[in-house]
Design a binder for this molecule. Structure first.
Ligand code: XMP
Length: 509
C-alpha cells in the first residue's frame, strides 16, 4: 500500500483515485502525520502531494527528513517535489511566469518512472514556484521547454519528484506514471479489487458482530443501500434495516425500496416506519428553510431511535460514511460560511449508544457503485441521482402542506419519467420539480384558471459543489410542461430554472 501525504492540493484525492483504479491500495493522511504513525502504516511507497504554499516561506508545511531514511521510495508531486528539493539543499524560486496548463514533456530516462511511455507526451502543469537548482545527488529525468527539471531522481536513493500533475486527466499517461511509481519502483501488487474487498469486509463484519443484531437506516440511496446489501451478505437476518417514511418522499419511492430489499434481497427484518403524519404536523406553519431542515433532522432521529429500541439484541449501527468524509484534509481555506446546514438524514448522532460499523469508510463514491453492482443491487439504485435528506420539504417553497406534496409528487414523477425516456437521466446530476406556492392566471378550454406554478430544475455537476443548468431540448421541455399542466391538477404554469451554481444553489431552499 501507498501512503499519500496531503499538503492541501485540490488534486490530492485524485492521486488516490488513480492508484486505486490500478488496483493499488492507498490512503491519504495529513502532511504532519508523525513518523511513528508512518512507520506503523508501513507503506511500500510515499507520495508527497501538491499544495498551495511556497517552501521558502516561513511556516510552510514540511515533513521530517526521516521519511527519506525509511528505505521506502518517495515521490514528490509539484509542491512535494519542491519540498524535496528544498530539504536536500536545492533552490526553489518564484517563477517569473506562472506555468499553468499543458506542456510537452520530454523524457530523458525511461528506466523506471517513465517505463514503457513514449519519449514525448503532454502533461498538466500548475505552479507558481519552480526548481531552479536541483540538490546534489539528483538528476533530471524529464524536461519541458520552460522547466529543465520537470522530473528528477536521486542518483542512489529511490527519491523522485515531478513538477507536473500526473493525477489529473489532462496529463497523458499520468496514471501510468503513478502506476510505475507504485509497481515498478515500490513493488506494490495490484491486489485492491472489489472481490477482495467484499471477502475481507464480510469476514470483518462477522467477527465484529458475533451473535448480536445490527440496525441501519435504509433510505434507498446508493450509500445506505450498499451498506445494507453488504451487511446482509455478511450476517443475513441479523440485519434490521429501518426505512422511515417521512411523507416527504417521491412518488412510489417507499414501494420501490420495499420491493428491492424485502422481496428481491429477501431481508426478512426490513421494516418501514410510517411517520408521515408526525413530520407534516411538525412542519405546520414553518416557512424558514433552515428551520424545516432542523425539524426534519430531529424528528428523523427521534423516529429512528424509537424504532431501534424495539429491536432485540441490537448493539450495532451500520452507516454509509465514505472516504471523502473521513479524510482529514489539510484545508488551507478559512472557515466557510454556512449556506445550508445540509443535515444529512441518515447521519445519526453518537448519543444513540450503538457501536458504529462503517464498511464504506475506505471507499470513493464510484467504488461504492462498483461494490453495489457486485452485490447485485439494481442499476436503478446504483445510478440514482442524489436526493436530499429533507426530501420534498425543501422543494416546496415555504410551508409544507399535504396538497402541495401531492402536486409536487405527481409533477416530479413526470419530470423524471420524461428525462429517463429521453435517455438523459444518467447524464444529469439532478433533475426534479419544485413547487411554488404562488397562483397565476391561466386559461384552459374556455375557463379562467388560477393555479400554482411548477419549476423544473436540471443541473450538471461533478460533486454538487458547482453546477450548470442543463440545456434540455425544447421538445422535451414542451412535453414535460404539457403533461404536468394536463395531468396534475392544481398547476397551470411550468417554468424552467436557468440558474447555475453559483450564484444559485441546486435546491431552491
Ligand atoms: P445545494 O442546494 O446546496 O445542494 O446546491 C448541493 C447538493 O446537496 C443536496 N442537498 C442536501 N442533501 N440534506 C441533504 O442530505 C440537505 O439538507 C441538503 N440540501 C441540499 C442537493 O440535493 C445537492 O445534491
Amino acid at each position: 500500500k501507498v501512503l499519500i501525504l496531503d499538503f492541501g492540493s485540490q488534486y490530492t484525492q485524485l492521486i488516490a483515485r488513480r492508484l486505486r483504479e490500478k488496483n493499488i491500495y492507498c490512503e491519504i493522511h495529513p502532511f504532519n502525520t508523525s513518523i511513528e504513525n508512518i512507520k506503523e502504516f508501513n507503506p511500500k511507497g510515499i507520495i508527497l502531494s501538491g499544495g498551495p504554499a511556497s517552501v521558502y516561506e516561513e511556516g510552510a508545511p514540511k515533513v521530517s527528513k526521516e521519511i527519506f531514511e525509511l528505505g521506502v521510495p518517495v515521490l514528490g508531486i509539484c509542491y512535494g517535489m519542491q519540498l524535496i528539493t528544498h530539504l536536500f539543499g536545492g533552490k526553489v524560486v518564484r517563477a517569473e511566469k506562472h506555468e499553468y496548463g499543458r506542456a510537452e514533456l520530454q523524457v530523458l530516462d525511461s528506466s523506471d518512472l517513465f517505463k514503457g511511455l513514449p519519449e514525448k507526451f503532454v502533461v498538466w502543469m500548475s505552479h507558481a514556484d519552480r526548481v531552479l537548482e536541483v540538490p546534489e545527488g539528483f538528476e533530471p529525468i524529464a524536461k519541458t521547454e520552460n522547466a529543465p527539471f520537470a522530473a528528477v531522481r536521486h542518483k542512489e536513493k529511490p527519491i523522485y519528484g515531478v513538477q507536473f500533475h500526473p493525477e489529473v486527466k489532462h496529463s497523458q499517461f499520468g496514471d501510468k506514471v503513478l502506476e510505475n511509481f507504485a509497481k515498478v519502483i515500490c513493488g506494490c501488487e495490484p491486489l485492491w479489487t472489489m472481490e477482495n474487498f467484499i471477502e475481507y469486509e464480510v469476514e470483518k463484519i462477522r467477527e465484529t458482530v458475533g451473535d448480536k443484531n445490527v440496525i441501519c437506516a435504509l433510505s434507498g440511496g446508493v450509500d445506505s443501500s450498499v451498506v445494507a446489501a453488504l451487511l446482509h451478505r455478511a450476517i443475513g437476518d441479523q440485519l434490521y434495516p429501518i426505512f422511515v417514511d417521512t411523507g416527504l418522499l417521491r412518488k412510489g419511492e417507499r414501494e420501490s425500496v420495499e420491493r428491492t430489499f424485502k422481496e428481491k434481497f429477501n431481508m426478512k427484518n426490513f421494516r418501514v416506519v410510517d411517520a408521515s403524519d408526525l413530520f407534516l404536523e411538525r412542519l405546520k406553519g414553518v416557512v424558514d428553510p433552515e428551520k424545516k431542515r432542523k425539524i426534519i433532522g430531529h424528528t428523523f432521529i427521534e423516529v429512528f431511535e424509537k424504532a431501534a429500541k424495539e429491536i432485540p439484541n441490537a448493539e450495532f449501527l451500520a452507516q454509509g460514511t465514505l472516504y471523502p468524509d473521513v479524510i482529514e484534509s489539510v484545508s488551507v481555506k478559512g472557515p466557510s460560511a454556512t449556506i445550508k446546514s445540509h443535515h444529512n438524514v441518515g447521519g445519526l448522532p453518537e448519543k444513540l449508544n450503538f457501536k458504529l460499523i462503517e464498511p464504506l469508510r475506505e471507499l470513493f463514491k464510484d467504488e461504492v457503485r462498483e461494490l453495489g453492482r457486485q452485490l447485485g443491487l439494481p442499476e436503478e439504485i446504483i445510478k440514482r441521482q442524489p436526493f436530499p435528506g429533507p426530501g420534498l420539504a425543501i422543494r416546496i417553497i415555504g410551508e409544507v402542506k399535504s396538497e402541495y406534496l401531492r402536486i409536487l409528487r405527481d409533477a416530479d414523477a413526470i419530470v423524471l419519467e420524461e428525462i429517463k425516456k429521453a435517455g438523459l437521466y444518467d447524464k444529469i446530476w439532478q433533475s426534479f420539480a419544485v413547487f411554488l406556492p404562488i397562483q397565476t392566471v391561466g386559461v384552459m378550454g374556455d375557463e379562467r384558471t388560477y393555479d400554482y406554478v411548477i419549476a423544473i430544475r436540471a443541473v450538471e455537476s461533478v460533486d454538487g459543489m458547482t453546477a450548470d443548468w442543463v440545456k434540455l431540448p425544447y421538445e422535451l421541455l414542451e412535453r414535460i410542461s404539457n403533461r404536468i399542466i394536463n395531468e396534475v391538477e392544481g398547476v397551470n404554469r411550468v417554468v424552467y430554472d436557468i440558474t447555475s451554481k453559483p450564484p444559485g444553489t441546486i435546491e431552491w431552499e
